[in-house]
Design a protein around this ligand. Structure first.
Ligand code: IMP
Ligand code: MG
Length: 180
C-alpha cells in the first residue's frame, strides 16, 4: 500500500493540551514537592514539545536529561526490540526521576526504559505520558500520569511524527491514509 497520501484530522486541540499540561504539572509538583533532586528524563524525540511545556509549568527545582530509543523507522508498526540510541548524560543513582514519554503504545519501550533506569538505583521513578493507547498494549506497563487516553489510531503533532514529519503541528491529529 502506498503511504504517501494522507490527511491529518484533528483529535486534540492545542488549547485542550495546554489545559491538561497545566493540570498534570500541578499534580507532579505536588507529588515531588519535598524533593530538590528531580531529573526529568525525556524520551527523544517525540516528547520534546511536551517536555518543554511541562517543565515550564512545574513548580519545582529540576534538571533535564534525554534518552533516545530506537523508533519505528518510517513504518507505523511497532518493532518489539528496543535499543538505546543515546544514553543519559548524567548519573541517576539516588535521584528522583520523572520519565516523560509521548505515547505508550504496545508498552515495550516504556517497560524496557523503566527496567534500565531502575537498575541504576534511582530513589524514586515515576512516568508521565502525554498519550496512552490501552487497546494496543502487549506488555503490562502503566504510566503514573497520562495526558489523554486515545483510540487505536496513528497520531502526529505536538512533537510526534509520521516519517519525521508533522512534529511542528500545535495539536494532535490522527493520520488517515488515502489509497489510490
Ligand atoms: P511502544 O513501544 O509500542 O509503546 O511504542 C512507543 C513509541 O512508539 C512511542 O514513544 C512513539 O514514539 C511511537 N508511537 C506509538 N504510537 C505512535 C503514533 O500513533 N504516532 C507516532 N508515533 C507513535
Ligand atoms: Mg517515542
Amino acid at each position: 500500500m502506498d503511504h504517501s497520501n494522507y490527511v491529518i484530522e484533528q483529535m486534540i486541540s492545542a488549547k485542550s493540551i495546554a489545559a491538561r499540561v497545566e493540570t498534570l504539572a500541578a499534580e507532579i509538583s505536588e507529588h515531588f514537592a519535598d524533593t530538590d533532586k528531580l531529573i526529568i528524563v525525556g524520551l527523544l524525540r517525540g516528547s520534546f514539545v511536551f517536555i518543554a511545556d511541562l517543565v515550564r509549568e512545574l513548580d519545582l527545582p529540576c534538571e533535564v536529561d534525554f534518552l533516545e530509543t530506537s523508533s519505528y523507522g518510517n513504518s507505523t508498526k511497532s518493532s518489539r526490540e528496543v535499543r538505546i540510541l543515546k544514553d543519559l548524560r548524567g548519573e541517576i543513582k539516588g535521584r528522583d526521576i520523572l520519565v516523560v514519554e509521548d505515547i505508550v503504545d504496545t508498552g515495550h519501550t516504556l517497560k524496557h526504559v523503566i527496567a534500565l533506569l531502575k537498575s541504576r538505583g534511582p530513589a524514586r521513578l515515576e512516568v508521565c505520558a502525554l498519550l496512552d493507547k490501552p487497546a494496543r498494549r502487549e506488555v503490562d506497563v502503566k504510566a503514573t500520569w497520562i495526558g489523554f487516553e486515545i483510540p487505536d489510531k496513528f497520531v502526529v503533532g505536538y512533537g510526534i511524527d509520521y516519517a519525521q514529519r508533522n512534529r511542528n503541528l500545535d495539536h494532535i491529529g490522527a493520520v488517515r491514509f488515502i489509497d489510490n
